[in-house]
Design a protein around this ligand. Structure first.
Ligand code: PGA
Length: 262
């Protein structure tokens, strides 16, 4: 199976940005022009309090655009103040949830074991987890990229069977490229994406690995998306800053649509 036979997936990670009116306007704009990027799965991940109005705005605009959370608890319900269960995300219309984003790992102490528990809970609830991995600049400069990403993949995806892995989306996001304007070169990204696909083959089988979509994230913009999309193991993008503008987000999605049919 080649990149052309995996449906590209472009997700917007809005992080802690926009308010209700800005978020719903952005969602409506993306959904209304969704046809521009036919053949690419599109996902919008607003702050949790705006999931419902964003999902409603998407539905009103009639576009096939999915909504996802930026984090979830590994528990189903109970005394976990401030947490949101995967089932609750599903209940308000989410199909996806980002897990283990580098900001969660660095700022909130998330570990591979914790991400693994969350991924299992999300899958059990029927959500698609977007599991993030990626090395810091210090780790890359020390020649440890492969070791760090391997450990994150093995730890975060431990115990998932082939069926679970096939549903899961992996996002490779080098920490040094996130929000810095320093995008990985297509060669740097492809090298790690190929490593990740090899690791997935080891966890399950080459056939399973060939079905898993692996996104690149880190300063993806309209002007660098086409080169990334052309790489054989890059199946989409997890977009932060550029996802806050409908034109930019859709331009990135179009780049993956064009690569998908090439
Ligand atoms: P960025 O963020 O596109 O602003 O670099 C990507 C991410 O953090 O997912």
């Amino acid at each position: 199976m080649t990149a052309a036979s995996r449906t590209p997936i472009v997700a917007g990670n809005w992080k802690m940005n926009l308010d209700r009116s800005g978020g719903t306007a952005l969602a409506a704009a993306v959904a209304g022009r969704r046809g521009d990027a036919a053949g690419v799965d599109l996902v919008l991940c607003p702050p949790a309090v705006y999931l419902v109005p964003v999902a409603e705005a998407v539905a009103r605009a009639g576009g096939d655009v999915a909504v996802g959370g930026q984090n979830a608890c590994d528990k189903g319900s109970g005394a976990f103040t401030g947490e949101i269960a995967p089932q609750m995300l599903l209940d308000v219309g989410c199909r996806y949830v980002i897990l283990g984003h580098s900001e969660r790992r660095t700022l909130y102490g998330e570990t591979d074991a914790g991400v693994n528990a969350k991924a299992k809970a999300a899958l059990a609830a029927g959500l698609v987890p977007i599991v993030c991995v990626g090395e810091t600049l210090e780790e890359r400069e020390a020649g440890r990229t492969d070791a760090v990403v391997s450990q994150q993949i093995r730890g975060s995806l431990a115990g998932l069977d082939a069926a679970a892995l096939e549903k899961t989306v992996v996002a490779y996001e080098p920490v040094w490229a996130i929000g810095t304007g320093k995008v990985a070169t297509p060669e740097q990204a492809q090298e790690v994406h190929a490593l990740i696909r090899g690791l997935l083959a080891g966890l399950a089988s080459p056939a399973t690995a060939a079905k898993v979509r692996v996104q690149y994230g880190g300063s993806v913009k309209p002007d660098n998306a086409a080169d990334l999309a052309a790489c054989p193991d890059i199946d989409g993008a997890l977009v932060g800053g550029a996802s806050l503008k409908a034109d930019d987000f859709l331009a990135i999605a179009r780049a993956f649509a064009a690569a998908g049919v090439a």
